[in-house]
Write a protein that binds this ligand. Structure first.
Ligand SMILES: [Mg+2]
Length: 344
């Protein structure tokens, strides 16, 4: 059986510019992959390449022909284990590119069977989570307005980006207009261990739930120091890319942030979740700035997770793809009436 395929690069404007400790983005640069079998079944997947991990839309486009050729070599479309292995053997790096093809292959086989992806994976839709919504770094007034807007939209969990010289004012501002929301903090590697320990002491007074990536991934000793002195749970994001990183980070965090774009595919993401569990860690499902072409797949994995931070598509001005419904931020897998990831 032959498979036709195509891919397309898009620059999707964000609703608001998105600033974190290491820079600002105004668009989400994505590449979408489309597979079609002889019966007209279509599988869609997306890449949201992150420059921090060495990927760009150009690197994704450069390796996709080889990855799609590797998929063609596997006669059985349902043999996703072999498909992901062949892709990994073909292109060792470029996890976002491999993820786009992995999602498209999973979407295709689930659509061939006429079941949603979570059912194909045997997951419990009642265990799907609510996503947090990110408040990026901006001037205090804008952050206040964005927080009010997010609360009005029904989000019960916000993730606040920190790593500035006015972190305390930011948290005071957000708590002044959102006293009751669950609050996550993400420093994106911006603090020294001493900064982190001092800030976490007062962040606890603002009823913050967890603190993500306080110090650079290149400073594992600092991560350990912060973990030992922190009264709040510590999440490893930049410090944990694939399952192989879990044993190294397990004694210096409470939670790992599992992102499809770091893992390189749906099967590898599930492997990371199980590796983290075996080490007694909790798991957050995260994302880059992405469209629903890839966010939807992560939503189907949310029953495996403890926290979901899958707001990438919600930050776009206009997503060309429709994915899993998220009323009030609740990932609603039971409300999905379409097979595959549900992307259209
Ligand atoms: Mg993060």
């Amino acid at each position: 059986m032959t498979l036709s395929h195509s891919f397309e690069r898009r620059s999707l404007p964000l609703e608001d510019q998105f600033t974190i400790a290491r820079g600002t983005q105004k668009t989400a640069e994505v590449v979408t992959v489309r597979l079609e079998d002889d019966d007209g079944n279509v599988g869609i997947g997306g890449a949201g390449p992150a420059a921090h991990y060495g990927e760009t839309p150009a690197t994704v486009e450069a390796v996709l022909p080889d990855l799609l050729a590797a998929v063609e070599e596997v006669d059985d479309r349902h043999n996703l284990q072999r498909i992901e292995r062949r892709m990994r053997e073909t292109v060792r790096a470029n996890p976002a590119a491999r993820t786009a093809v992995s999602i498209a292959c999973h979407d295709l086989v689930a659509r061939q069977l006429g079941v949603p992806l979570y059912r194909y994976l045997g997951l419990d839709p009642a265990e799907a989570l609510e996503t947090s919504y990110t408040i990026a770094i901006d001037d205090l007034e804008t952050m206040r307005e964005k927080t009010e807007r997010a609360v009005d939209r029904g989000f019960g969990t916000l993730k606040v980006k920190l790593g500035t010289d006015r972190d305390r004012e930011i948290i005071e501002t957000i708590r002044s207009v959102a006293p009751d929301v669950r609050l996550f903090v993400d420093a994106n590697e911006a603090w020294t261990p001493t900064d982190a320990i001092t800030r976490i002491d007062w962040l606890a007074d603002f009823d913050v739930t967890l603190v993500e990536q306080p110090v650079p991934a290149e400073n594992p000793t600092g991560m350990r120091e912060v973990f030992e002195r922190s009264s709040l749970p510590i999440v490893a994001d930049e410090s944990c890319l694939t399952a192989a990183d879990v044993p190294r980070i397990a004694d210096r965090c409470d939670v790992v942030n599992c992102k499809l774009m770091k893992c390189g595919g749906i099967r590898e993401a599930i492997r990371l979740v199980h590796a983290a569990r075996a080490h007694g860690l909790e798991v957050m499902g995260g994302c880059m700035l992405e469209s629903n072409a890839s966010i939807a797949a992560a939503c189907h994995l949310s029953p495996l997770l403890d926290y979901a931070d899958l707001d990438g598509a919600l930050l776009l001005a206009d997503d060309p793809f429709e994915g899993v419904p998220m009323p009030d931020g609740e990932i609603d897998l039971t409300g999905l009436d379409r097979p595959g990831t549900g992307v259209r």
